[in-house]
Ligand binder design. Structure first.
Ligand code: MN
Ligand code: MN
Length: 483
């Protein structure tokens, strides 16, 4: 039995509670109903992740949800007369690889939007334009990796092929091999330890170079004593029979090799999810579902969900956030809601808009503690991560939210009991990174980086916590409603 005085808080304890920021574990506050909601959200997410392993697939899955809720194509509406009214649900699909959608609010267009923006591309292995060759009766596919990967992590794991090929005759072939249980898979081979003495002495970055990531694709020759490159020939004949593809069709094709495994519960306690492409599809899914929760009513301010492509290679191109895709979307909305659309009304709307740049953050990893600053790192299970500044080496190349906007977002999360945590990207000068934040901030929009902590980021098997996923979803809803 303890002394009664032990239960009484000391002056110092009371003061500490009042003044100090204390990081709690979200699981401590979660009970009955919450736990059910957290689990069912995780189940939906895993399912979505398995079907959306490329940017095109993610957009396609998202489009299906928009169609179910009667969202209308803004490109079509723009050609028709008539104005959109509050409560209208519209989308713009940008070349099947990026997506913007909105639910129009009561407030006028010039009051701006509340936006959550995420990216739907992930690091992977792309095919070169003329990929198929054979050597020693083995057929290989030559590749060029996409995004920041550690090459060696992609060796000797089962890979699936996902792609879109536009054939010579103009027909479109969607290819997916390696996802069904009885599908064949692919892999990149590695050297046996017995012969790896030289290889093992190399730096990890040189262990296997980018050019060495060729994919094992076949080994059975075409039966014809006079034919050349018989294994390659037989593979081409299979591809032609199944998909109508010619070798030259590879030239413009988008073929991506991704880990063939499915998203799985992780740990004895099933508190985590392991899978490919959490960066950034966990935030994209939370943003998508968060924004869709407004599909039934009329929000105060117009809410926008932005899902972009090409973030992992710098947001370039006409489907990336550096393009004018979001400006175009906003302009279209203005044209369909204002009596007289003007450039100034668009600029006004943009500068009064607020966005959460929804992207993942490197969670503290006890195995690699030396690169993290424990005071500012994010932690698994401790909620949605707020990253005030991105970039590297003196905050270069990133974006920084201003103090007023930080307070506004924190206040919204606090009043909605959404637990948040800090999340700088590692120790100063240990590296860094950027998100789509800077490209939207350039338009005058207030932007704050805000997402989910991830372990093993950019690896074939990234890890998140189920409770962070759910907390982030709740946070995005609160922001979309109240920012
Ligand atoms: Mn990301
Ligand atoms: Mn990334």
């Amino acid at each position: 039995m303890g002394n009664i005085d032990d239960d009484k808080k000391t002056e110092g304890q009371v003061l500490s509670e009042k003044l100090c920021f204390e990081l709690k574990n979200c699981w401590d506050a979660a009970s009955g109903e919450d736990l059910d909601a957290i689990e069912s959200f995780a189940v939906q997410y895993k399912h979505f992740l398995d079907r959306g392993k490329t940017e095109r697939e993610f957009v396609k899955e998202a489009m299906a949800l928009l169609k179910e809720r009667d969202f209308q194509d803004l490109d079509v509406l723009l050609r028709e007369s008539g104005k959109l009214l509050p409560g209208a649900r519209v989308y713009q699909n940008i070349r099947g690889k990026s997506l913007a959608f909105a639910v129009l609010g009561r407030k006028p267009f010039t009051e701006g939007f509340n936006i959550v923006g995420a990216h739907v591309d992930s690091p992977r292995i792309d095919l070169k334009t003329n990929p198929l060759y054979e050597d020693a009766d083995i057929a290989l596919l030559d590749t060029h990796y996409y995004g920041g990967i550690k090459h060696y992590q992609w060796l000797t794991i089962p890979l699936a092929m996902h792609g879109t090929v536009i054939c010579k005759d103009g027909s479109v072939r969607e290819i997916c091999i390696g996802e069904a249980d009885d599908d064949p898979v692919f892999c990149i081979t590695d050297l046996l330890p017995h012969l790896a003495q030289e290889q093992m002495a190399k730096k990890a970055s040189e262990f296997v170079n980018g050019e060495g990531l060729d994919i094992l694709a076949g080994s059975r020759p075409y039966k014809d004593p006079k034919a050349k490159d018989k294994v390659k020939l037989r593979l081409l004949s299979i591809l032609n029979a199944q998909y109508g593809i010619l070798e030259e069709d590879f030239a413009g094709a988008e073929i991506e090799f991704v880990p063939a495994h499915k998203a799985r519960d992780l740990g004895f306690d099933r508190s985590m999810i392991g899978g490919y492409g959490h960066d950034d599809r966990c935030c994209a899914f939370a943003a998508l579902q968060g924004a869709l929760s407004f599909a039934e009513g009329i929000p105060e301010k117009t809410i926008v969900c932005l899902l972009t492509d090409k973030e992992e290679i710098g947001s370039m191109g006409n489907t990336g956030a550096q393009s004018r895709l979001f400006e175009n979307f906003a302009a279209y909305l203005g044209a369909k809601t204002l009596d007289t659309y003007s450039e100034i009304s668009l600029r006004q709307a943009l500068s009064r808009s607020a966005m959460l740049s929804a992207d993942v953050n490197p969670a503290f990893d006890p195995n690699y503690d030396s690169v993290y600053d424990k005071k500012t790192a994010s932690y698994l299970g401790k909620g949605i991560v707020l990253t005030k500044a991105t970039g590297s080496r003196g905050k270069s190349g990133g974006s920084e939210a201003n103090a007023e906007f930080c307070q506004r977002v924190e206040a919204i999360l606090n009043s909605n009991k959404v637990q948040w945590q800090f999340g700088d990207i590692g120790k100063v000068d240990k590296g860094g990174g950027g998100t789509i934040a800077q490209y939207v901030a350039k338009l005058g929009v207030e932007v704050f980086d805000c997402g989910i902590p991830v372990l093993s980021m950019h690896s074939p098997f990234e890890v998140i916590s189920k409770i962070d996923l759910y907390t982030t979803y709740k946070g995005y809803i609160a922001f979309l409603r109240e920012a």
